[in-house]
Design a protein around this ligand. Structure first.
Ligand SMILES: [Zn+2]
Length: 485
């Protein structure tokens, strides 16, 4: 063998050895857990969820459509349906329709926990596409249908049922438990969760753990992973909308100038779309890959265990899908475009709105700077529209709280793995960052390619078994946190 080839062969053998060594070294660190006994759930729980769904607590962007009578009905439903909670917990109402319950613990050396959900729902965009009535169908065979099943009345009712059942069993809590139910999550949560978090902060409350929506039990949604996987949100993206305006000479369409306001704005939007924000391997993505990698096939395992070499290949693969892309970069979405009033008049003004979802590590400020830099056109004014928010802090996966959440999930759902993830939408949980470092986002709904589109979409539904398991899950979680020192 010639000398250069000899060295190349040695280098390749060394590289293969390093890759294999790293791959073998990375084992999943999840210890086996004992399954907990399956407790029976009151048959009335299903009636309660059905009843909650019939109450049309819809959040509209247009404030004048807000139907206060429906939210009052929901207030009454809470009082009438959960007598033990209402008699044993402190109850505070915020802006008439958001609720905070406090079940005082006997041991104030244990920091309180907060379980949260929201009871407002999004409107029905295409009623004709539903195979059932979105508010009145209830149970069909083994499934509960209706707007809010998954997002988020299902979780609200599951948490309420779990607490009511525990109180019926004579459960007395050492650790203070808060339950927060927001009535405006779908329109930003300012009147509900924001007010509740501000109140708790004013009372100097510090929380050991917060659980909100934002993750689920997925199957067939993570490429390369076949097992059911409980995806737990440990951070959420930030958000900002920018308005782009152009003012240029208009006039009669029979003698247009070389460039018009519409053309200049369209060109700016097109430049933005052609220059996506840089993709990054965030700390959240690293944690996600560390958790799922060991459960994948050999080629994925080698790549994930050797990210020093395969980082860009992994990122390239993730950016192929819209969900994956949103996990590795700040996204750019033009959502509004306005110009013109008549077909023979060149408008003097054109305006567009672009919505950005900001990756952890970046901010509103860096997003605005990037956009100005890329568009680089002094004719286009760029301004923040409404109020955005920076990405949330990232909650740890190496504390007792995350371990207990993961363990509780694994003790209730057979053959499941858990992993941390980035929530690409926004949840009410972000308001609690100031009073809790350990915020997690997970509801035990089973999402697969078959039903993922019913979220905010058509035929929203959950299985009866799934709902009963959710009540068991929250019940067990409360017991486990009570036992945690
Ligand atoms: Zn929701």
């Amino acid at each position: 063998m010639k000398k250069p080839f000899f060295y190349l062969a040695i280098a390749l053998i060394l590289l293969a050895a390093i890759l294999m060594f790293n791959t073998i070294r990375v084992k999943h660190s999840i210890e086996a857990v004992e399954k907990v006994e399956v407790v029976s759930i009151s048959e009335k729980a299903i009636d309660h969820l059905e009843e909650a769904i019939t109450i049309k607590t819809i959040s509209y962007n247009e404030e004048e459509l807000f139907d206060s009578t429906q939210f009052e009905l929901f207030n009454n439903f809470l009082i009438n349906t959960y007598p033990l909670l209402n008699s044993q917990a402190e109850h505070k109402i915020f802006n008439s329709y958001s609720h905070l319950y406090k079940l005082e613990g006997t041991d104030n050396s244990k920091m309180p926990i907060l379980l949260m959900a929201h009871h407002d729902v999004v409107p029905i965009a295409s009623p004709a596409l539903w195979s059932v009535h979105p508010f009145d169908e209830g149970v069909k065979q083994d499934t509960i249908y209706g707007r809010g099943c998954i997002d988020d009345k299902g979780a609200a009712i599951s948490i309420l049922e779990s607490i009511e059942q525990l109180l019926k069993e004579g459960f007395e809590t050492d650790r203070t438990i808060y339950l927060s139910l927001g009535h405006d999550e779908e329109v930003g949560g300012q009147k509900g969760a924001h007010e509740i978090s501000t109140f708790l902060k004013s009372q100097n409350v510090e929380l050991a753990f917060v659980l909100d929506e934002g993750g689920a039990i997925t199957q067939g949604l993570i490429p390369g992973l076949d097992q059911p996987t409980a995806v737990i949100g440990i951070a959420e993206k930030g958000m900002v909308s920018l308005e782009l305006d152009v003012m240029m000479a208009g006039g009669h369409s029979s003698k247009p100038e070389k460039e018009t306001a519409i053309a200049a704005l369209a060109s700016a939007i097109s430049t933005l779309s052609d220059h996506p924000f840089p993709k990054h391997m965030t700390p959240v993505m690293e944690e996600f890959l560390d958790a799922v990698g060991p459960h994948m096939g050999i080629s994925n395992r080698v790549a994930i265990a050797n990210r020093w070499l395969f980082n860009s290949i992994i990122l390239n693969q993730y950016e192929q899908s819209s969900q994956g892309n949103a996990s590795v970069r700040t996204t750019t979405a033009p959502t509004l475009f306005q110009a013109g009033i008549k077909d023979n008049v060149i408008p003097t003004m054109a305006s567009a709105t672009v919505n950005f979802r900001i990756l952890p590590g970046e901010t509103i400020e860096t997003t605005v700077d990037y956009v100005k830099d890329i568009i680089d056109d002094s004719r286009i004014s760029i301004n923040i529209k409404g109020s955005g928010f920076d990405p949330s802090p990232i909650s740890s996966v190496s504390n007792a709280e995350y371990a207990l959440l993961s363990k509780t999930i694994r003790s209730m759902y057979p053959d499941i793995i858990t992993c941390p993830n980035l929530v690409i939408g926004a949840t009410d949980a972000r308001y609690f960052s100031a009073i809790c470092p350990n915020i997690y986002r997970f509801t035990p709904w089973k999402l697969s390619p078959n039903n993922i589109n019913c979220f905010h979409g058509v035929d929203e539904r959950i299985g009866i078994n799934e709902f009963e398991d959710a009540i068991r899950f929250y019940r067990q979680l409360i017991i486990n946190f009570n036992n945690l020192e």
